[in-house]
Design a protein around this ligand. Structure first.
Ligand SMILES: NC(=O)c1ccc[n+]([C@@H]2O[C@H](COP(=O)([O-])OP(=O)(O)OC[C@H]3O[C@@H](n4cnc5c(N)ncnc54)[C@H](OP(=O)(O)O)[C@@H]3O)[C@@H](O)[C@H]2O)c1
Length: 314
């Protein structure tokens, strides 16, 4: 079968199509014929070597974490899935495995039935950003209509789900996005939208109970200027040193620095399946065929789009 892999760390040029044997399944696993996998910033952070402490340096490596497809085989210990089921899920170890192949073998515990009302592309787009959004909301404390939340980088994949879930919680949302994202931010629930290409969000007075930075460009130290005396900054792109920093920092200030590290699992997926039933919108900005996986990453890594980029596999 065909798979997208790379044999050294680098930019999109290291991605190549390789032939490899079909994966075999363990008793607890299902074999999924992949129909789509989504493109996430995590993929290129691993590929360019920024996370080599966790990913290791053994090659070839595959790319892609979340996928959708059709069950084509199930291990002897698997119940709840049969051949032909339409599913979506995540690979077991995102640092060492990848969804960018015609078939993937994954534990049945990391696969869920695809709702009928969404496409394969939409299903593949949900697990990573959806789990991250649910995890982040869990770190925000009690949310009601008086809670003022600023989402910086609000109309990428993560922001798309986060805005809609926060709206369901009734929060007051300020979304920061580029001009292209303004209409989407309003549609997904923002009460106020700031276009970062024409307005500096940090020049506002302190007004936020929660600031979450999805762009990775604001940082806690800058965000403090717009945070209320008792408030939370959520860091979704933490360096190891920042995890230590947050422990010490939070002993001495009521402006907390909180790290978000999400891990897709059944608890979160049930919340997301419920949200999908209630109309959670999954915007696919662009799909690419499997043969153009490199182009899909080039497009996504350039930025400047709303929603998700997905690769479709025939
Ligand atoms: N910790 C976790 O568990 C976890 C899980 C999932 C994702 N993440 C991380 O969360 C981040 C967001 O993920 P994503 O999938 O939403 O990525 P994404 O789709 O690339 O979204 C990032 C957004 O940031 C915006 N942006 C860029 N520069 C900005 C600036 N100066 N000010 C404000 N916004 C700016 C981009 O808008 P434009 O392109 O229009 O400029 C884009 O919409 C990534 O770093 C990802 O690795 C963390």
């Amino acid at each position: 079968m065909k798979a997208i892999a790379y044999k050294k760390f680098g930019n999109t040029e290291v991605l190549q199509t390789i032939e490899q044997p079909m994966p075999t399944i363990r008793p607890d696993q299902v074999l999924v014929k992949v129909k789509a996998f989504s493109v996430n910033p995590m993929d290129w952070k691993i590929r360019n070597g920024a996370m080599k402490l966790m990913s290791g340096s053994k090659f070839p490596k595959h790319t892609g974490v979340d996928f959708s497809g059709i069950v084509s085989d199930a291990g002897s210990a698997v119940s709840g899935f049969k051949i032909g089921d339409e599913v979506f899920g995540v690979v077991n170890n995102m640092m060492k495995e990848g969804a960018s192949a015609e078939y993937v073998a994954v534990p049945a515990a990391l696969v869920w039935k695809k709702p009928d009302n969404i496409s394969y592309a939409q299903a593949a787009a949900i697990p990573v950003v959806g789990t991250a959004a649910v995890t982040a909301i869990g770190k925000m404390g009690k949310i009601n209509s008086k809670t003022r939340i600023l989402v910086n980088g609000a109309t990428g994949g993560f922001g798309m789900v986060l805005l809609q879930l926060l709206k369901q919680h009734g929060a007051h949302i300020t979304a920061v996005t580029s001009s292209k994202g303004v209409a989407y931010a309003k549609k997904w629930g923002a009460d106020t939208v700031i276009d970062y290409t024409s307005q500096n969000v940090l020049s506002q007075k302190a007004m936020c109970d929660v600031v979450i930075d999805l762009s990775g460009k604001m940082g806690y130290k800058n965000a403090r200027a717009i945070m209320l005396p008792k408030s939370i900054f959520l860091n979704v792109t933490p360096q190891p040193i920042e995890i230590l920093f947050s422990m010490v920092n939070n002993l001495f200030t009521a402006k907390k620095h909180v790290v978000v590290l999400s891990n897709p699992g059944i608890k979160y997926t049930n919340i997301l399946l419920g949200a999908l039933m209630n109309g959670l919108e999954i915007e696919i900005n662009k799909t690419f065929p499997f043969e153009q996986t490199k182009e899909a990453y080039q497009y996504a890594e350039k930025g400047g789009f709303t929603g998700k980029v997905v690769v479709e596999v025939n």
